[in-house]
Ligand binder design. Structure first.
Ligand code: KG4
Ligand code: ZN
Length: 392
C-alpha cells in the first residue's frame, strides 16, 4: 500500500510517500518520493527553534512540498473533479486560521483527481505544538478529500522504526526486529530506552531526568560559540581531535552522570554544567581546546549511553537493539553501537539521512498502526488534537 506521511514536529517540513508491504511478519518499505525543507537557516540566528516561526514556515511550505512529492511519485493526474460544498466547508473549518491555504489546497486537489495513495499518516506529537498543528490539519484535509484512512503517529515511534527502511528490496538486506527488542532513542527532546515486546507494544524502561542528549550537544555547542544545531558541530570538532592527537588524553575531564546508578535513567544537565565551568575557567578558548572539550564531552555521553544500554539488554534479554533519533546520525555513536552486534543480537541503525527528522519514518510507523487497526475515519477527525507531550 502507498502511504503519504507528513512530519512537522520541529524545524523540518517533510512529506513522503512510501510503498509498504509484507505485514507484521515481513515488513518491507520503499520510498516512492520524499521531500524535506529544513528551516535551520531561519532559526540559526536565534540559536534554537523559534516555535511561531516554525509554524509560519510549515504553513508556507506544506502545499509546495505536497505538489513536489506527488509529482515525484507521478501521482498528479491533471484531471479535474469537484469537492462537494459540504466537504469544502469542512476543509475551511479545519484550516480556519489559514483560509488562504484552504483555498489554494482545495484548488490544487480539485485539479488532480484520483490521487492513488491508500492512507495518510501524520505526526501527532511530541514536539512543538504550533508546528504539529500545521501538519495535523493539513493531513486531516488530505484524508478527508481523498477519503482515505487517517493515521496518527508518535514522532518517537517514527524514530524507532526508521532503520527498517533498509529492509527494502533494493538494499538486498532485510533488517529484522526480533522481540523483545530494545530501542535507544536519542533526539533533541528525548533520551529513552524503550522495551518493545512486539510491534507497537512499548514500555519506557529508562529516560533522561533532565536534558536530552541532543539538547546537551546543542547547549555545549552554544557554550563553545558553535552554530545551531550544535550536534553535528560538536561531533566534527571531536572527530578532528581524535584524528589529530594521540588518544586517550584529556586535560579537561568531565563527569559521567548516573553511570553507576541502579536504574536505567540518564542525566545530562550536570555534564552540560561541567562543560560550562570548564569553559569559564579557560582564559583563552583555542580551537584545539574546543576540539578537546568536544571529544571529552562525546566520550562522556557515549560511556553513559553504552553502559545503560548494555545493562538494559542484559536485564530484558533483548534480541535486537534499535537506535534512532537525530543523535544517531553521529558517526562515533553509530560505530560503537554497531560494533556491539553479535550472534545473540542484531543492531539496527537508520541511514544517516533518516536518523534526523523526516517523513519516511512517519510513513513506516503509520504502516504498523494501520496493520494494528489504528487507522481512523477521515470524516471524524474534528476532535483530534496535536499533543506536544505525547508519550509512547
Ligand atoms: O530527532 P531529531 O532530528 O529532532 C528531534 O526530534 O529532536 O534530533 C535533533 C538533534 C539535535 O539536538 C541535533 O543537534 C542532534 O540531533 N544531532 C546530532 C548529530 N546530528 C544531529 N548530535 C550529535 N551528532 C550528530 N552528528
Ligand atoms: Zn526527531
Amino acid at each position: 500500500m502507498k502511504i503519504l506521511s507528513i512530519e512537522t514536529s520541529c524545524d523540518e517540513t517533510a512529506i513522503s510517500i512510501i510503498e509498504a508491504k509484507g505485514g507484521f511478519k515481513n515488513p518491507q518499505f520503499k520510498i516512492v518520493a520524499n521531500t524535506l525543507i529544513s528551516q535551520i537557516n531561519i532559526h540559526k540566528k536565534y540559536g534554537g527553534v523559534f516555535p511561531a516561526l516554525a509554524k509560519r514556515e510549515h504553513t508556507k511550505n506544506l502545499l509546495p512540498i505536497l505538489k513536489t512529492t506527488l509529482k515525484k511519485a507521478v501521482l498528479t493526474s491533471n484531471s479535474k473533479f469537484q469537492i462537494s460544498k459540504e466537504k469544502q466547508k469542512k476543509v475551511f473549518k479545519i484550516l480556519e486560521r489559514e483560509p488562504e491555504l484552504a483555498e489554494k489546497l482545495i484548488k490544487f486537489l480539485e485539479e488532480n483527481k484520483n490521487i492513488k495513495v491508500d492512507a495518510v499518516a501524520v505526526t501527532q506529537g511530541p514536539g512543538l505544538e504550533p508546528a504539529l498543528w500545521t501538519g495535523l490539519n493539513f493531513a486531516k484535509v488530505l484524508a478527508l478529500v481523498w477519503n482515505k484512512p487517517f493515521i496518527l503517529v508518535n514522532h518517537m515511534e517514527g524514530h524507532l522504526v526508521a532503520s527498517l527502511l533498509k529492509s527494502s528490496e533494493e538494499s538486498g538486506k532485510v533488517e529484522t526486529v526480533k522481540f523483545p527488542a530494545l530501542g535507544l532513542l536519542l533526539s533533541g527532546g528525548h533520551t529513552e530506552l524503550v522495551l518493545m515486546s512486539d510491534w507497537m507494544k512499548y514500555k519506557t524502561v529508562g529516560q533522561t531526568r533532565d536534558d536530552a542528549v541532543g539538547e546537551a550537544y546543542d547547549k555545549v555547542a552554544r557554550m563553545l560559540g558553535l552554530p545551531y544545531p550544535g550536534g553535528p558541530e560538536v561531533a566534527n570538532l571531536s572527530e578532528v581531535f581524535s584524528t589529530n592527537y594521540s588518544l586517550p588524553t584529556t586535560n579537561y575531564p568531565l563527569p559521567r552522570p548516573m553511570i553507576n546508578s541502579d536504574d536505567l535513567d540518564f542525566s545530562f544537565s550536570g555534564l552540560k554544567t561541567a562543560v560550562l565551568y570548564t569553559v569559564k575557567n579557560i582564559p583563552k578558548l583555542t580551537s584545539k581546546i574546543k576540539q578537546e572539550i568536544c571529544f571529552e564531552f562525546e566520550e562522556a555521553v557515549i560511556e553513559v549511553l553504552l553502559k545503560k544500554t548494555l545493562k538494559a539488554i542484559k536485564k530484558y534479554k533483548t534480541k535486537t537493539l534499535i537506535i534512532g533519533g537525530g543523535v544517531s546520525a553521529n558517526k562515533r555513536i553509530r560505530k560503537i553501537f554497531k560494533d556491539l552486534e553479535s550472534n545473540e543480537f542484531n543492531v539496527l541503525i537508520p541511514e544517516i539521512e533518516h536518523s534526523t527528522d523526516n517523513a519516511v519514518m512517519i510513513g513506516i510507523a503509520g504502516y504498523f498502526r494501520f496493520l494494528g487497526g489504528k487507522a481512523l475515519d477521515p470524516n471524524k477527525t474534528s476532535r483530534i488534537k496535536a499533543n506536544g507531550n505525547l508519550r509512547l
